[in-house]
Ligand binder design. Structure first.
Ligand SMILES: [Zn+2]
Length: 152
């Protein structure tokens, strides 16, 4: 029963191997997404970014709201490139804006509860969740949800 191989991706030269930015637990209860669902969710998120162009690091920052697994992050970037969601050019990511803007009123839902922001780890009493076809992304605080969507 090895549903998820503990792939350590050893010997990868461009793996920064820095786990200094917090302890995001991607398997926290309630996230409940498998690997394929995470890829789809991240691709939808990338398709909805409201920037024409972003540094790779900023794009990875967004993807890290879906997964903190560097191997999966690379897989997502490869897949986004392959599907034409983004173009990769020497350290920058050019997004293909297809009018896929998130409509805040209908796609961002708020829920009361005891949450932790998935981006910055802050405690929240109101969680903002972005609804994509592939699933829900969140919770986020009010400013992080805008950052994740590229509005600020
Ligand atoms: Zn936050």
């Amino acid at each position: 029963m090895t549903a998820d191989r503990p792939d350590r991706s050893s010997g990868d030269p461009d793996d920064p191997d820095s786990d200094s930015n917090g302890d995001f637990d991607e398997d926290r209860p309630g996230s409940g997404l498998d690997r394929d669902e995470r890829v789809e969710l991240a691709l939808e998120l990338l398709a909805h970014l409201e920037h024409d162009e972003l540094p790779l690091s900023a794009v990875v920052d967004r993807i890290e709201t879906v997964t903190t697994d560097p191997a999966l992050t690379r897989e997502i970037l490869d897949e986004a490139d392959k599907r034409g969601v983004v173009d990769r050019e020497s350290g920058r990511i050019r997004t293909r804006r297809g009018g896929a803007f998130v409509r805040f009123e209908s796609q961002v839902v708020r829920r009361e509860g005891d949450f932790e922001c998935r981006r910055c780890g802050a405690g929240l009493s109101t969680g903002h969740f972005v609804r994509f076809d592939a699933g829900e992304l969140g919770p986020f605080g009010p400013s992080c949800v805008r950052k994740v969507l590229g509005r600020e």
